[in-house]
Design a protein around this ligand. Structure first.
Ligand code: ZN
Length: 172
């Protein structure tokens, strides 16, 4: 397992639509291992493959707060079914949009069909933080970031700030 570099906005790769996985094999499992380690080391609760530059429809998550009781979850080719009409609001952040947070509202419950780490078909009924996190991660597969839900002005301010932080400033 190894920790990979997480891409940050602005970066064209993050805007790419990820491709479905045809088979969950050794290569995909290794990718999921790396993604999980990368996510843990960045103190995140979710990560999509495209965030480390791999355009595959794969997500890893762990929303357990307990350091000693890790609960990794793996989603390959996830599909969202039955979104609730009720919405809930969370203050969201993203490893690809460092140090920026905003309140985003999304359907409060959803059902997800996916393949697990071993390629088995699964269905998960999610609500609360789990539902929000899955929807946030699935947006990554479509090249969508949470800042896309904000006003144009707010979004461009955030991108400007992030671009500034990227350039190396030298004062001599
Ligand atoms: Zn994210």
């Amino acid at each position: 397992m190894s920790v990979k570099t997480i891409l940050t906005e602005p970066n064209k790769l993050l805007r790419q639509i990820s491709k479905p996985v045809t088979k969950v094999g050794k290569e995909e499992q290794l990718l999921m291992d790396d993604m999980l380690e990368t996510m843990y080391s960045a103190n995140g609760i979710g990560l999509a493959a495209i965030q480390i530059g791999v355009p595959k429809r794969i997500i890893v998550m762990d929303i357990s707060k307990d350091e000693n009781k890790k609960e990794p979850r793996y989603f390959v080719n996830p599909l969202i079914k039955n979104k609730d009409t009720l919405r809930s609001t969370y203050e969201e952040g993203c490893l690809s949009v460092p140090n920026q947070f905003a309140e985003i509202d999304r359907p409060s419950k959803c059902e997800v069909e996916y393949l697990d780490y071993y390629g088995n078909e699964k269905i998960l009924k999610a609500e609360g933080l789990l539902a929000t996190c899955i929807q946030h991660e699935m947006d990554h597969l479509e090249g969508i970031l949470f800042i896309d839900y904000l006003s144009k002005l707010k979004k461009s301010m955030i991108i400007k700030k992030l671009s500034k932080n990227k350039s190396t400033r030298i004062v001599v």
